[in-house]
Design a protein around this ligand. Structure first.
Ligand SMILES: Nc1ncnc2c1ncn2[C@@H]1O[C@H](COP(=O)(O)OP(=O)(O)O)[C@@H](O)[C@H]1O
Ligand SMILES: [Mg+2]
Length: 240
């Protein structure tokens, strides 16, 4: 479903991604782990071209989406992204936040956009909060609205960049549980996270990055129970 090959990216002459590959099959959940600064966010942002890779190729569902003459708005609808900071519009209620792109980008009429948005809010368990303003929602609820906003566009793949890192510990569970539900429904997902339990239980494949390269990759039992690389073993000790 998503394939990135030899992605290189530098900032100010410093190589942040040094030829990273990523393969994600349809309905797979791939979790990316790694220390801060290892290039995880940059990799996700290169996938949907929020950052322009210096070189490398990206294919989504068989279509090349790297290089010139790619419709970036179209690409970002197909690769939904959820960030650490939820970035909801404070002056719009939950429904308004979810319908915005449906109306402005997909050009849907309000009744149709509302219907899709309500379904998406239902999926994240927040149908009853459709009228709520972001400031009245908990961080976990705001993040679930942000997830609803992305899934309402019916993406082929969802990219999550540390979606629970900005949340108070007691709010992490609701977001993780929403992500589990999406996974169960067969959403194809790439998740950068420090939630090792989620990675162990939900991932088909775990990728460990450090210093802009993939250091280790494998199914969760291989990665967690018999770390194939000392840097990974050290990282797991620090995080858990
Ligand atoms: N827009 C940018 N300009 C300059 N340096 C950047 C930019 N984005 C990321 N970096 C640098 O790239 C490296 C990798 O960052 P990032 O991808 O955010 O790592 P991670 O998500 O693994 O913590 C860091 O050293 C960071 O400072
Ligand atoms: Mg990051």
């Amino acid at each position: 479903m998503l394939r990135a090959h030899a992605i290189w990216k530098s900032f100010d002459g410093i190589d942040v991604l040094k030829g990273v590959d990523l393969h994600v099959q349809e309905r797979e959940c791939v979790c990316i782990l790694g220390p801060s600064g290892s290039g995880k966010s940059t990799m996700l942002r290169c996938l949907n071209r929020l950052e322009e890779p210096d070189s490398g190729e990206i294919y989504l569902d068989g279509q090349k989406v790297s290089g010139p003459s790619v419709d970036l708005n179209g690409l970002r609808q197909q690769l939904g992204m959820v960030f650490q900071s939820f970035n909801l519009y404070p002056h719009l209620n939950a429904l308004g936040n979810v319908t915005l792109a449906l109306r402005k980008v997909k050009k849907l009429a309000r009744p149709e956009a509302d219907e899709i948005a309500i379904k998406a809010l239902d999926t994240v368990g927040l149908r009853h909060k459709a009228d709520a303003m972001p400031a009245t929602l908990s961080g976990g609820q705001q993040q679930r609205v942000a997830i609803a906003r992305a899934i309402a566009l019916n993406p082929k793949v969802m990219l999550f960049d540390e979606p629970t890192s900005a949340l108070d510990p007691e709010l992490v569970g609701s977001v993780i549980s929403t992500m589990r539900d999406l996974r169960t429904e067969g959403m194809t997902m790439v998740v950068v996270t420090h939630e090792l339990r989620f990675a162990r239980e939900a991932a088909d494949k775990v990728v460990f990055m450090a210093d802009g390269v993939e250091v280790a990759k494998g199914p969760p039992p291989e990665i967690f129970d018999a770390p194939p690389h000392p840097r990974l073993a050290e990282f797991l000790q620090q995080v858990s």
